[in-house]
Design a protein around this ligand. Structure first.
Ligand code: ATP
Length: 899
């Protein structure tokens, strides 16, 4: 099919695609077409194959050296050792492979969760379906904020504007219309009656027929030409990779020294080569980046379970560093389930909506509410749309107005869609021989454009001319807002003829007659107050941002306990008058921004960042996107939000709930803490192995461990218990500390010291047992040394689960995977001693009861030392409560102190 859809009339397109411009396709036909054309998806280049992933495990230099030395020594004689070494290395690779595979799968799963949706009409009903199941011929509804789900020929597009930057690079939104175009060879940038997959609707709404889907769309063709970019690694991952390489060099140097020293002492060269290579394999933490990926992916999955979808992976790490949260009010702090409770006809007297008589000005107010309304019946016969409009519709319906009937007698002829800059919208309807325009919006945005108020005279409603007391009207709206109500003004204007086609909102929305105000109540979401308290304890500054009235905002902020003595409210107008540096200075005490244009959000983000803080900013509309992209964590709404906002955000809230942001911050902090614990664990254990082998000759002891012992310990202890740190629950004090600056090195807070002394202590205990065993004439001294090192590492894993709480207070069961991992590892170590085949392969001797008891007792030493350290920490900390919290503002900026 040639892409000449733009040359056909809308009718011709509908006919060619055997569709229906009113009712869309029927369900069965859509299913048939889906089978024929395939899903509406951009097929991505295949990821790494399973075999490639497995082979990648052997690409490590140290492993290659180890395998070649093992093979060499096998050829020279010791075949059995070679087989054991190869088996262990293969097992190691298998574990690495499983880790990679799981990480990949978790990522794929996350991607699927974020699949886009689209609104279509099928069988005459509007319904929201996965964009992937759209087919050519589908009748689609588009509105500001959505990303076009396919290539679409428009059939109705009042004032539609589309940003095609994704496709053509043209940044400026293009105005679309529906007239057919002559030139069949028109470039896509000029096909203004078409909307292409992946482009963003920035203004207005439209209906259209899908002409192509999936890889046949313009976007699909481009995607087919492009190579899939590899997933970007995060700053933490990059730092770990650099750190890993540096550490590898260090380890190789130490191993070379150990090798040289051994050979000089007269040990066999192949044996020393094997020892050095095994040590290198064991001590180089090659799994660091992979494990971090898994922890992050698992963390992202946990967040998804808590309804926070991570769109950019670095967000998982950055989230824990957030020190300011700027949140929308409507729908995020409140439920966005609005209900009109009060009305104020003519702006004069407030009455409860239930007790209002439905005549005179009130009747007109109901009519305006029903007609100037974009809500619609959904597939189940409910009312769908913007909650503000749904509330107005409900009010009219409750008063007995039938909107469908009303629309038949007063059809909509023209409209100026709502946007949050104007804060109002207008629809124009046929009324008898003339027309009437209904405008609704924020009171200030309406009252300033009114010349008169509606006056009732029996059933006749007239305009009351004369000087309009704007001050009194706004005071009335303000009084309603001070009760926490969201207030909207409704107005009208009679038009003898329709305004000319080029008319702008500014020329039409003037000389209005005020019909009255409506006040809506939007209850707080459950749990929001508690989440606000959590934030404050966590040193996170909370700011409410709303397009709503300052009075409404203040009432809600008060009820949430967000306002302290000295905290202020700033309006969009005040903000516009401030210079950037002045704003950065004043923002410290501003807790509410009201009547804000979304475009101003970006200034707030920058002012907070100028103070060195890390800011999360929520948003849902097209205009929010720049601020979301600029914030350290952009948070978009999954339900109420637009595709455009979601594209710009790094986190999407599936339930639009503020408490979810706080949960995600907590999860971010937890993940980072666990990554640190994992690193501490692995480096302590690995360094202990190095110290043991390096120090024994200096102490005049024989080689304490065989190469296979080193590999075995590395296989057991790094693998399972290491991964189990991912399951470590949050420490109880996690949300009572200051946020950690994201560029802070991984090893702050004395972690280097802990790794150093932990490793040395573990090595000292191991060598002590070796020396003592030799001295006392135990034939099994080597097996004892081997066992002590293995069990000390397990004890260490349990002890560092918490940085301050004792394991006995934590309880073993609070991290069940860790308990299972430690139990399994311990069982395998016992098998290495007592299962005949295995003990022969690993060259161990079955320990006697006393020997085993002694080894186990020695293994508890390192565990006990760490418990004592934590005890000290708790003692000293409890003298200085909240030290972290008082530590002043965090520094942001350049990469400080690397990994
Ligand atoms: P928040 O910023 O907390 O989400 P908001 O919904 O009030 O709150 P906007 O959507 O920018 O923010 O709306 C700004 C103002 O425009 C509202 O306070 C209201 O007065 C008015 N308004 C909102 N929705 C409509 C609508 N559908 N029709 C007319 N006016 C509206």
């Amino acid at each position: 099919m040639m892409e000449t859809w733009h040359t056909l009339s809308a009718d011709a397109v509908t006919q060619r695609l055997v569709s229906d411009a009113a009712n869309g396709l029927c369900g069965e036909e859509a299913a048939r077409r889906l089978a024929r054309y395939g899903p509406n998806e951009i097929v991505e280049a295949k990821g790494r194959s399973v075999i490639a992933m497995f082979l990648a495990q052997f690409r490590d230099f140290a492993i290659l050296v180890l395998i070649s030395v093992a093979v060499l020594s096998g050829v020279l004689g010791d075949v059995e050792d070679t087989l054991v070494i190869v088996a262990i290395v293969a097992l190691n690779a298998a574990i690495g492979f499983i880790q990679d595979f799981r990480a990949n799968r978790a990522m794929a799963e996350l991607k699927r969760l974020g699949a886009p949706q689209a609104t279509v009409v099928r069988d005459g009903r509007r319904s929201t379906i996965p964009a992937a199941s759209m087919v050519p011929g589908d009748l689609v509804l588009l509105e500001a904020g959505c990303v076009a789900p396919a290539d679409i020929r428009l059939i109705e597009a009042p004032q539609l504007k589309v940003s095609e930057a994704a496709l053509t690079g043209e940044a400026f939104p293009i105005e679309k219309n529906v007239a057919p175009l002559d030139d069949a060879a028109l470039p896509i940038a000029d096909q203004i009656n078409m909307v292409f997959k992946g482009t963003m609707i920035t203004y207005g709404r439209a209906r259209g027929i899908v002409v192509t889907t999936g890889m046949n769309t313009q976007l699909g063709r481009i995607a087919a030409l492009l190579e899939q970019a590899p997933p970007a690694s995060t700053p933490l991952q990059k730092r770990l990779a650099v750190f890993g390489r540096q550490l590898a060099v260090l380890v190789v140097v130490v191993c070379a020294v150990i090798f040289a020293a051994g050979v000089l002492r007269g040990e066999a060269v192949t044996q020393m080569l094997l020892t050095a290579a095994s040590l290198a394999v064991a001590a180089i933490p090659e799994a660091l980046p992979a494990v971090v990926t898994i922890m992050r992916a698992l963390g992202a999955r946990n967040m998804a379970r808590r309804n926070a979808l991570v769109r950019r992976l670095p967000a998982v790490e950055t989230l824990g560093s957030v020190s300011w949260i700027c949140t929308d009010k409507t729908g995020t702090l409140t439920r966005n389930e609005m209900r009109v409770t009060q009305i104020c006809p003519s702006g004069e007297n407030r009455v409860d909506v239930e007790s209002a008589a439905h005549e005179g000005v009130t009747a007109q107010l109901l009519e305006a509410a029903a007609l100037s309304n974009d809500a619609a019946y959904d597939e189940r016969g409910g009312i769908a749309g913007d909650p503000t409009e749904v509330a107005l519709w409900r009010m009219a319906a409750d008063a007995g107005l039938d909107r469908r009937k009303l629309e038949r007698s007063m059809p909509r002829c023209m409209e100026f869609a709502f946007d949050s800059d104007r804060k109002r919208m207008t629809t124009i309807h046929r009324a008898g021989s003339g027309f009437v325009a209904y405008t609704k919006g924020a009171p200030e945005a309406i009252v300033e454009r009114c010349l008169s108020t509606a006056r009732a005279d029996g059933d006749n409603v007239d305009d009351r001319h004369g000087p309009l007391d704007q001050g009194a009207l706004l005071a009335m709206a303000g009084a309603m807002a001070a009760d926490g109500l969201r207030v909207l003004a409704l107005a009208r204007r009679a038009w003898p003829a329709l305004p000319a086609t080029g008319a702008t909102p500014d020329t039409v929305e003037r000389e209005l007659t005020l019909i009255g105000f409506v006040g809506m109540l939007d209850p707080l979401r459950p749990g929001v107050s508690a989440a606000v308290t959590t934030c404050r304890a966590a040193g996170i500054t909370l700011v409410m941002i709303t397009g709503d009235h300052p009075m409404t905002a203040r009432a809600i902020a008060r009820s949430l306990g967000m306002l302290d003595e000295g905290d202020t409210i700033m309006t969009g107008r005040e903000l516009a008058a401030l210079a950037d540096d002045e704003l950065a200075r004043r923002i410290e005490h501003v807790r509410v921004f009201a009547r804000l244009d979304p475009a101003q959000k970006i200034r707030i983000v920058e002012a907070i960042q100028a103070r060195g803080q890390y800011v999360a900013m929520t948003g849902d509309g097209v205009n929010d996107a720049p601020a979301l992209a600029r914030a350290d964590i952009g948070v978009a709404m999954g339900r109420a939000g637009t595709d455009v906002a979601r594209e710009a955000a790094s986190l999407v809230l599936l339930d639009d709930d503020f408490t979810t942001i706080v949960a995600a911050v907590e999860e971010g902090r937890r993940i980072f803490a666990n990554v640190r614990k994992f690193i501490r664990y692995v480096l302590t254990c690995n360094s202990a192995e190095l110290w043991v082998v390096a120090a024994s000759p200096l102490l005049g002891l024989p080689m304490p461990l065989l190469p296979i012992h080193i590999l075995w310990i590395n296989l057991l202890t790094d693998g399972l218990p290491g991964l189990a740190f991912a399951a470590e629950p949050a420490e109880p004090t996690l949300m009572q500390e200051r946020a950690r600056p994201p560029n802070e090195g991984l090893f702050t807070g004395g972690m280097w010291r802990q790794i150093l002394w932990g490793g040395v202590a573990m090595a000292a205990v191991t060598l002590g047992v070796q020396a003592w065993g030799l001295h006392s004439g135990y034939a099994a001294w080597q097996t004892m040394t081997f066992t002590v090192l293995a069990f000390s590492q397990l004890g260490h894993a349990l002890a560092i689960r918490s940085e301050r709480t004792s394991l006995f207070a934590q309880g073993l069961k609070s991290n069940a995977p860790m308990l299972a991992a430690v139990a399994l590892t311990a069982a395998l170590q016992m098998a290495a001693l007592y299962v005949p085949g295995l003990s022969a392969a690993l060259r161990t001797t079955a320990l006697s009861g006393p020997e085993l008891a002694l080894s186990l007792a020695a293994s508890v030493i390192v565990f006990s030392l760490i418990e004592v350290e934590k005890l000290f920490f708790r003692r000293t900390r409890s003298d200085r409560p909240g030290r972290d919290r008082l530590a002043g503002e965090t520094e942001r900026g350049g990469e400080s102190g690397g990994a």
